[in-house]
Write a protein that binds this ligand. Sequence first.
Ligand code: HEC
Length: 93
Amino acid sequence: MKRALCFVSMVGLTMIGCAVGPTPIPEAQSPAALLYAEKCGACHAVPHPKRNTAAEWQHLFVLMEQRMIERNIVALTDEQREMLMSYLQNNAR
Ligand code: HEC
């Protein structure tokens, strides 16, 4: 009985943990957001677009493409770059 109680309270805590977890990214189910999660979550957790201003994203994006080249990760197509860039710019701080 004690064990069962312990289990229930642990599940409860885990659920609270999720509820206050990282802020979900905007329009999480849109094609742009899905691409963003895939491409920009490959090496680290996906940064929230509000983390930076549009101008900062412009700079960071170039940096991140260099990181991808360094690690031989398939480069972005022009279309993907545009999609990700406008997603970040539209949702920036
Ligand atoms: C190839 C691995 C890789 C991929 C893919 C990647 N990053 Fe990064 N990212 C890094 C590394 C490594 C750092 C640590 C800082 C550095 O070395 O520039 C970093 C740091 C960052 C930071 C923090 C930088 C700062 O100084 O504030 C942001 C924001 C970021 N990445 C955004 C992105 C975005 C947006 C994308 C998708 C376009 C992306 N990352 C894709 C490797 C990656």
